[in-house]
Design a protein around this ligand. Structure first.
Ligand SMILES: [Zn+2]
Ligand SMILES: [Zn+2]
Length: 248
């Protein structure tokens, strides 16, 4: 059962880690590294709220991270387990040792993580190099506002490809992240806000959408992002005198 308003808030308040695919909660982060958000007047864990909004109630089970990034609220990185699953998972991933040795980041570590982030490395990779937890690194870098360099088009194409499911019958690329009530997919970006997924896919694979043009699916499937099924059309301002631009 999809809770659209919680999904929308999650899309709005996450910082995507495009390389690792994590959705980092950019609002309140608790001391232990988990995100928190208000839901129905009560503070709840953001990743739990995200899981429940996208997948359904978790009941008495815990919502655990596949990616080990506590601030991550990407439903694809979350799974249900029992508290003992959590302990087993921690031991397997060597996180128990980490948790016991959390100390403040030193100034030289902070300099190093800024340098690595500017090279475009994912939080997880930086954390590994420094022997720190990814959530500590992610939280600090988000706070400092250090972002990875401008993401290049091939990376954005990979991101789209990772975010769709391929329909073998019609050849559609069905958006597998958040799909709104109106049937259109949403792609969330901290810098640009929430984008409509198929418009984003068009820009990434075909080129900029001239202003005043709308992007439609020839297959009629609103969540489809296959550039071969997308075309631009005049919907508003038919006299604006714009023509679709070709890929340069
Ligand atoms: Zn994640
Ligand atoms: Zn299609």
């Amino acid at each position: 059962m999809l809770n659209a308003s919680v999904c929308d808030r999650i899309a709005k308040h996450t910082e995507p880690d495009l390389f690792g695919g994590c959705w980092l909660w950019a609002k309140m982060i608790r001391k232990d590294g988990y995100g928190a958000m208000k839901r129905a007047g009560k503070y709840v864990l953001a990743h739990r709220a995200s899981y429940e909004a996208h997948r359904g109630p978790a009941g008495h089970l815990w919502v655990l991270h596949k990616c080990d990034v506590r601030a991550c609220v990407n439903p694809d990185h979350l799974f249900l387990g029992t508290p003992s699953d959590n302990v087993r998972d921690m031991v397997q991933k060597g996180r128990a040792v980490h948790a016991a040795s959390v100390t403040r980041l030193t100034a030289s570590e902070v300099d190093e993580m800024i340098r690595l982030r500017r090279e475009g490395l994912a939080f997880r990779v930086i954390a590994k190099r420094l022997g720190r937890s990814a959530q500590a690194v992610g939280r600090r870098l988000v706070k400092l506002g250090v972002s990875a360099p401008e993401i290049q088009r091939p990376d954005l194409q990979k991101l789209v490809l990772r975010s769709v499911e391929f329909d073998t019958n019609g050849g559609c690329w069905l958006w597998s992240r958040y799909v709104a009530k109106d049937g259109y997919g949403h792609a969330c970006f901290s810098q640009r806000g929430t984008l409509v997924a198929h418009r984003f896919a068009y820009e990434v694979f075909v080129g900029p959408i001239p202003s005043g043009l709308s992007v439609k699916q020839s297959c009629g499937v609103r969540s489809c992002c296959n550039p071969a099924h997308l075309f631009t059309t005049y919907v508003q301002r038919p006299n604006a005198g714009l023509a679709p631009t070709k890929e340069t």
